[in-house]
Design a protein around this ligand. Structure first.
Ligand code: 26V
Length: 824
């Protein structure tokens, strides 16, 4: 036998051995952990047994990682995020452990199909969208690149609501991912912390040690989930907090006969970790949200401070060993809580405490939308967190004082940099608190970071130059390429070498081959198989038949006016009219695929969902356009649905109003998988263009500065409607009820608001968008050129790996040297 044959034989023997081992493990788990006789086990029992068997393989690596990080005393990242949008974990874990094939065989020999049980694992949907998914990608990437890390969040009983579409309209249902228990997690009863609320403060001076006596205390109990890195390299911890009452019930109240009252405290406490807040357009349930934010921030800081003091025996070395990353302002109370712990509990001087706090903390901003920037009424904060409010006042006073005395002092409008907004009934600006308490603040794409300096943070940037930096978002290629698209991955490792899966920057080795007919046809075959799978899913979910040979044109993300699903559906209507008007032209057959949730109180977003579904009903039932155009709205968008759509997409819609999408990450997932992008010069689209080249992307529409100017100048929308082909006709049709025959006025208001104040520039960009779509139609018939462009996208998108983003955070923000073998 030669070397290769010997290796193959060893792998075969290894595989046979591992298969046998796993088979025994699964049976043992089924029998002794679940108490199930294999003969009567149901699918979900096999799933749980499979997860428990896989988890055992992670635990040793996890303990080793934790031990090593303890022994080497390396600096550790604490990633504080109110959201972790994880999705399913089994396929990802098996792949990272290189156990996929053995597990498939082991289950197969037991008469169970791995594919069939993987899909019944519930999605852990502990996030709204991009921000939460980013946190999940970064946890996996830190485990893969050897960055010591611990993620902190909330173990919500209920994740993001489930969406159903009834009569074209969104309905929300509670999500219940824990109903079959969660086999990935370990409850840590010993790691419980007391979290106080309300009460009063005794202090001589606000900036010296004070005694806060809360009127209410709840427990935060830790639940740990190991996150396994690529090739089982390391495993990091995701620690999620669950709230519990200190006393399960008040027995004296119960004994007095007030049975419900006796449970009141318990309910009040457990409400904190009950449900994830949707990104709402209206501020509802404010107090509970603030309690959630403080609850998880305080538990996390108490935990990390305790760990540090135990390990290093001192508090002042904290910034050498601890990097705290705030994922948006949701954990911004960390600034005040850290000061409270250091000044009140550890009795440090204010100046020293401030140096430590700023040395540890850094903050990522994810949006510049004014309505999405968190502020809390001072009065609410004083009631719920009296000591923190005092501390924030001191931080603010000292900061403003410093600026006043500095050379810039005279030219600075202090009201614009203050943590307190005095204009809108006295509110605490959480972004200012996070900014002032951080040594670095980052945006999530080059444009977004630049806009931070020019807009929302301009005054703060002027007095703290150099604090704002950029880390363009990234995505984990393990989940979004290797797992989601096994067919393409096989081709890529054949062409680029097997090591491309360890380092996706090596995808550029594909470049010399992008015009190769054989490689193009293999890529096409892989895509077609993914599209056929998606088509089966669409048929099963919606009963709509779609042709895998047609162009799959996808827009998948939260529904928001700035993301402009409305622009997409209006253009779809124009296309529909054009096809009907000229049925014999060789139109590129298209399937328009939409998926996404609207916040429950976001009326305009819900109307857009309704319109997409109404258009779908008319178009899909029209024989005239039957083979040319289909419109599909896939309900209940989540990570798992994305994993099916992303590898099946031909065209990726990234059409936000320029300047409004901080980065986008779906854009990266789709481009990496070879979808061509039609997009505006917004967020990370700009950097995608830089990497793939202007010839390999379809950019259209107004730039961010054009949008800014147009918003200031009055626009002649009537003139626009007269001049732009199709526009008036499309708007009239929608407004007149052509797509809502049973309720003709349904969209009158929607169209009227576009015509009166088109804040998101839907009408302005309509023509550029429509004509770009028609260019894409033409390209579709040039298959060679299409696939050259597609492969150029895959070849050049390795840069959007989360590993690159994490390496940048490690170097520029956390001060953590990476091991040489993890660097790219
Ligand atoms: C929040 C809200 C709340 C009020 C109503 C409107 C609204 C709209 C958006 C948001 C999202 C805030 C934070 C967020 O999720 N940002 C997203 O972060 C992603 C990861 O960095 C990034 O790719 C997306 O562009 C950005 O929107």
């Amino acid at each position: 036998m030669n070397d290769v044959q010997t290796q193959a034989a060893a792998a075969r023997d290894g595989l046979a051995e591992t298969t046998e081992f796993l088979k025994n493990e699964i049976i043992r788990k089924l029998t002794y952990s679940l108490g199930k006789n294999p003969a009567v086990a149901q699918s979900h029992d096999w799933l749980t047994a499979g997860i428990l068997a896989a988890r055992d393989h992670i635990v040793d690596i996890w303990h080793r990682t934790t031990r090593e990080s303890y022994e080497t005393g390396r600096k550790r990242v604490y990633y504080l995020s109110l959201e972790f949008l994880i999705g399913r974990s089994l396929a990802d874990a098996l792949n990272n452990l290189s156990l996929g094939e053995a597990m498939r065989r082991a289950l197969g020999e037991l008469g169970v199909d791995l594919d069939a049980i993987e899909v019944i694992e519930p999605d852990a949907a502990l996030g709204n969208g991009g921000l939460g998914r980013l946190a999940a990608c970064y946890m996996e990437s830190m485990a893969s690149t050897g960055v010591p890390a611990l993620g902190y969040g909330i173990r919500y009983d209920h994740g993001l609501f489930a969406q159903r579409i009834v009569n074209g309209q969104q309905q929300e249902y509670p999500e219940d991912w824990l109903s079959f228990r969660n086999p990935w997690e370990f409850e840590r009863r010993e790691s419980a912390y007391q979290i106080g609320f309300g009460g009063a403060v005794q202090s001589a001076h606000n900036d010296a040690g004070s005694v806060w006596t809360p009127s209410e205390i709840v427990y935060a109990v830790a639940y740990d989930t190991p996150i396994i890195g690529w090739r089982g390299r390391d495993a990091t911890t995701l620690r999620l907090w669950r709230s519990r009452a200190v006393h399960p019930m008040e027995l004296d109240v119960f004994n007095r006969g007030d049975h419900l009252g006796a449970l009141a405290a318990r309910n009040r406490a457990s409400a904190i970790s009950n449900v994830l807040y949707p990104n709402d357009s209206t501020p509802a349930g404010q107090e509970l949200r603030l309690r959630q934010e403080y609850f998880f921030t305080s538990a996390s800081l108490q935990d990390l401070v305790r760990r540090h003091v135990r390990q290093f025996g001192a508090i002042d070395t904290l910034p050498d060993k601890v990097a705290i990353q705030l994922n948006d302002t949701h954990p911004a109370l960390a600034v005040a809580e850290m000061m409270r712990l250091l000044v009140d509990e550890h009795k440090l001087e204010w100046e020293k405490a401030w140096e430590i706090t700023q040395g540890c903390i850094s903050y990522t901003n994810h949006t510049l939308l004014p309505e999405a920037l968190e502020t809390w009424p001072v009065a609410l904060m004083e009631r719920i967190l009296p000591r923190h409010m005092q501390i924030i006042f001191v931080i603010n006073a000292r900061f403003l004082d410093g600026v006043r005395k500095s050379p810039e002092g005279a030219s600075t409008d202090l009201s614009r940099i203050s943590i307190i907004d005095e204009q809108h009934g006295r509110r605490v600006r959480m972004a200012h608190l996070a900014f002032i308490g951080s040594h670095k603040v980052n945006g999530v794409s080059a444009l977004h970071s630049a806009l931070m300096k020019q807009t929302v943070f301009a005054p703060l940037n002027a007095v703290c130059p150099g604090r704002i930096t950029n880390v363009t978002n990234g995505i984990t290629p393990r989940r979004w390429l290797l797992n989601a698209n096994a067919g393409l991955t096989q081709l890529l490792s054949d062409v680029c070498g097997a090591d491309v899966v360890d380092d996706v920057s090596k995808l550029d080795r594909l470049m010399p081959h992008i015009a190769d007919a054989d490689i193009q046809s293999r890529a096409q075959a892989a895509r077609l198989a993914n599209k056929a799978k998606l088509a089966r899913f669409v048929k099963q979910e919606l009963g709509i038949l779609i042709d895998p040979q047609a162009m799959f044109d996808v827009q998948i993300k939260r529904i928001h006016e700035y993301k402009r699903q409305l622009l997409n559906i209006l253009e779809t209507i124009a296309l529909y009219d054009s096809i009907r008007a000229e049925p014999y032209r060789d139109w590129a057959p298209r399937v328009k695929i939409f998926s996404g949730k609207a916040a429950s109180s976001y009326v305009a977003a819900k109307q857009i969902i309704n319109l997409i579904n109404d258009v779908a009903t008319i178009v899909n039932n029209d024989r005239a356009t039957r083979d040319r155009l289909k419109v599909v709205f896939l309900p209940n968008y989540n990570v798992s649905v994305a994993e099916m759509i992303v590898p099946a997409a031909d065209l990726s819609e990234q059409i936000s109003t320029a300047g409004m999408e901080a980065s986008g990450t779906g854009n990266m997932k789709l481009a990496l998988n070879g979808a061509l992008t039609i997009g505006t010069l917004d967020g990370a689209n700009i950097e995608i263009q830089e990497h793939v080249g202007a010839d390999n992307i379809f950019i259209f529409g107004m730039t961010a500065s054009e949008v800014e100017h147009a918003r200031q100048a009055p626009r002649d929308i009537n003139d626009l409607q007269e001049k732009v082909a199709h526009l008036a006709g499309v708007l009239d049709a929608v407004a007149g009820g052509a797509f809502s025959p049973s309720d003709r006025d349904r969209y009158a208001g929607l169209v009227q608001s576009l015509r009166q104040n088109d804040w998101f520039m839907v009408l302005n960009d309509f023509d550029a968008y429509r004509t770009t779509q028609r260019r894409i139609d033409t390209l579709w018939s040039d298959r060679k050129e299409w696939w050259r462009m597609s492969l150029a996208n895959t070849a050049n998108c390795g840069w959007f790996s989360a590993d690159r983003a994490i390496a940048t955070y490690a170097k520029d923000i956390w001060g953590i040297p990476l091991n040489a073998d993890a660097q790219q």
